[in-house]
Ligand binder design. Sequence first.
Ligand SMILES: [Zn+2]
Length: 129
Amino acid sequence: MLLVQAGASSVHSKEVREMLENWYRSRAEEVITRRVQHYALQLGWPMPKVLIRNQKKRWGSCNARGELRFNWRLVMLPLRVLDYVVVHEMAHLKVLNHSPRFWSLVERIMPDYKARHQALHELGPGLYW
Ligand SMILES: [Zn+2]
């Protein structure tokens, strides 16, 4: 848990924002790595390299070297929605595009991915402060 004791005006101060961001980033590192591990184990895939980044426009990405990058803001979402982004990026380890083959792989790993994807669209924009 993180408690910020500050007056309303200081919520907008640079120091408070940086402190919050640092706290969320370290939580994100812990939680996202754990979830990637969970799915890697479930799928019998090797553990990929996980990097936590400050991405302005994306929740996650995967490159041809098999490195996964995640936005630290994901940690503010419900776990089921965070998990959708984890599964989406992990599916890119096998299929780098968004072809029907990619989506059927996502669906095989996470049959209710559509509802979680929708929740990400609804909740995601509120995470930018
Ligand atoms: Zn994608």
